[in-house]
Design a protein around this ligand. Structure first.
Ligand code: DSN
Length: 414
């Protein structure tokens, strides 16, 4: 039975979400629109199978075709990133990071990770997380000019003698010099790990530096710029392969979600196509266009601008509205962003000083530089007139007219 025929309540909620995705501008930089093939794989019969273990070494019978599915995902990921070993079973980014830590660290070991408000992720050692009580996270920050301060990172590494140096961020918009980080880690005998969740698609397409050939461990999600299903992945050197696999299963997880792994295989194949390179190039061109538009309008951009797909903007300094107020106003205008702390934010995470936004999803829809100029003008208007509901509604109508020109999931309904 279809969802529509069986469950009118769920059907209504899904159709409303589909309409929201179609008629809005999705500017949250960690979101994207997967292809119809990825959606098909997610809804496939591969969801029915238990397959604890790894290819050829499963705890259940009947895994011969699941082995084929998982091999396709692994081989394509290796080809995309030049990885020696890949584990495609992590359920998402946070479990991938925790598994990667547990593969190499003992309780109490020291990790150098980026502070959350400077662009790091919760799982990079924020005190509210469970793992912050297990490992000794020392958190570094960006320099006042917004760049990564490698000299400071080296000084901190020499002082704290970490077992792991961690880079790769969730709200940081600049490039990373992985060779320099490796040099620092080597000097103190530390492992290297990069969390490339946000920029994996840009790296796969050759648009940004690739840490995989250099680093011991690289974790990622598969659903952001990589445009696959919601999931995670760990890449590592062959020497760590056994430890990583053991950390994921049986260390942390049970049965892998094989429908998601099938969808990862499709997404990786898509990312190997020449069209994906053009997509990734356009993501950056679009982000750079937004940077220029906001700079011209006098906005304060954190980290001095962007090299990747995202921008972090101080809206308190720019227009005297909080991140929460800006997010609400933009929501009313049909433009989805997320409120976000800025480096050393004086305000709390539920009503911070900034908003974070980016271009992966609008670029998937086919939007280019002229559209970015229009979007920046609307965003400026909405943020500047955050309390003017009539104005926000007028922008929303403009947004709808624009998105109508870039159809999404044509013919789909629930
Ligand atoms: N929630 C993700 C993001 O939006 O960046 C990170 O986990």
């Amino acid at each position: 039975m279809t969802i529509h025929a069986y469950d009118p309540d769920l059907s209504a909620a899904l159709n409303a979400e589909l309409k929201r995705q179609r008629e809005g501008l999705e500017m949250i930089p960690s979101e994207n629109f997967v292809s119809e093939s990825v959606l098909e794989a997610l809804g496939s019969i591969a969801t029915n199978k238990y397959a604890e273990g790894y290819n050829g070494r499963r705890y259940y019978g009947g895994c011969q075709f699941i082995d084929q599915i998982e091999s396709l995902a692994i081989e394509r990921a290796k080809q995309l990133f030049g990885a020696e070993h890949v584990n495609v079973q992590p359920l998402s980014g946070a479990p991938a990071n925790i598994a990667a830590y547990s593969a190499i660290l003992e309780k109490g070991d020291t990790v150098l990770g980026m502070d959350l408000s400077h662009g790091g992720h919760l799982t990079h050692g924020h005190p509210v997380t469970y793992i912050a009580g297990i490992y000794n996270f020392i958190r570094y920050k960006t320099s006042p000019d917004g760049t990564l301060d490698y000299d400071n990172l080296r000084a901190m590494a020499l002082e704290h003698k970490p077992k792991l140096v961690l880079v790769g961020y969730s709200a940081y918009s600049r490039e990373i010099d992985y060779a320099r980080v490796k040099e620092i880690a080597d000097e103190v005998g530390a492992y290297t790990m990069a969390d490339i969740a946000h920029i994996a698609g840009l790296i796969a397409a050759g648009e940004m530096n690739n840490p995989v050939p250099l680093f011991d461990l690289v974790t990622t999600t598969t659903h952001k710029t990589l445009r696959g299903p919601r999931g995670g992945m760990i890449m590592c050197k062959e020497a760590l392969a056994k430890a990583v696999d053991k950390a994921v299963f049986p260390g942390l997880q049970g049965g892998p979600h094989e429908n998601v792994i099938a969808a990862k295989a499709i997404a990786f194949r898509e990312a190997l196509e020449p069209e994906f390179k053009e997509y990734a190039r356009q993501i950056r061109v679009n982000a750079k266009t937004l940077e220029g538009e906001f700079r011209t309008r006098g906005y304060t951009l954190c980290f001095g601008g962007t090299d990747n797909h995202l921008l972090l903007m101080d809206v308190v300094a720019s227009r005297g509205v909080s991140g929460k107020e800006a997010q609400i106003a933009l929501d009313k205008a049909g433009i989805t962003v997320n409120k976000n702390t800025i480096p050393d934010d004086a305000r709390g995470p539920m009503d911070p000083s900034g908003i974070r936004f980016g271009t992966p999803a609008v670029t998937t829809r086919g939007m280019k530089e002229d559209d970015m100029k229009q979007i920046a003008a609307w965003m400026d208007d909405a943020i500047t007139n955050a309390k003017d509901d009539a104005r926000l509604e007028a922008i929303r109508l403009g947004v709808k007219a624009l998105t109508d020109r870039y159809p999404l999931y044509q013919g789909l309904s629930y």
